[in-house]
Design a protein around this ligand. Structure first.
Ligand code: SAH
Length: 213
């Protein structure tokens, strides 16, 4: 795995594009600059890694579009040391961005082969994240509460377990909807009080239930 000057230049161009699309957080943009996205793609897609698109990563899943990663991460308003739960590890790219920003990352994936691959890659890159095979609808109760939760698959509704596992004052960013999803920022104001702010339309692979395999 080599990160060349050319790759770095392409990342800089990608970041300029994200800025023109309205991404403002320096911390998010710095993380995107420092994580080589081409490491997370299959070799046949590697040359496209710095296009602002989603790409297949195997098992019918995709690595999210860089704009989507940046948009969701910006909404999380991360502070160093935040405990962050990610649902949908996929390639491990989003988890790596969170780690780079100083988060303590917990991530769950329901496709064992994807999880295995992501684990190996993150180890190689010295990126630390707690990674687990399981059903994101259940969250990770043993490690709750989380300061932030990010869901990277399209959820039909906001899972109760995730609402419970968010600490009061915490933020969950979750795309909700069947075919097209509305990005929602869920702020936990009190044990049973949630403020929900709607953002634009996005398209994710579905959050599937109880089919961990
Ligand atoms: N964050 C990823 C992109 C993930 S695509 C990245 O940076 O590459 C969405 C992922 O969510 C897929 O890998 C899919 O298998 C996973 N997923 C779908 N439903 C899930 C569930 N119920 N629990 C955990 N993971 C789920």
């Amino acid at each position: 795995m080599i990160d060349t000057t050319k790759h770095k230049g392409l990342r800089k161009k990608l970041v300029d594009e994200l800025i023109s699309q309205g991404i403002e957080s320096e911390k998010v943009l710095d993380a995107i600059i420092s994580i080589p996205r081409h490491f997370f793609l299959e070799s046949s897609f590697e040359h496209l890694a710095y296009q602002n698109n989603a790409f297949p990563i195997g098992n019918d899943q995709t690595i999210s579009q860089p704009y989507t990663v940046a948009f969701q991460t910006e909404l999380l308003n991360l502070k160093k040391g935040d405990r962050v739960l990610e649902i949908g590890t996929g390639s491990g790219y989003q988890a790596s961005i969170l780690f780079k920003m100083g988060a303590k990352v917990y991530t769950i994936e329901r496709h064992a082969p994807l999880l295995r691959k992501a684990k190996l890659l993150l180890q190689k890159l010295n990126i630390r994240a707690e990674m687990r095979f399981g059903d994101g609808y259940e969250g990770w109760p043993e490690e709750a509460p989380f300061d932030k939760i990010i869901v990277t698959c399209g959820a039909p509704h906001i899972p109760e377990a995730l609402k419970k596992q968010l600490r009061v004052g915490g933020i969950m960013v979750i795309p909700v909807g069947e075919i097209i999803q509305k990005m929602k920022c869920v702020i936990k104001r009190d044990e049973d009080k949630f403020e929900i702010i709607d953002f634009g339309d996005f398209r994710f692979v579905p959050m599937l239930r109880n089919k961990a395999k």
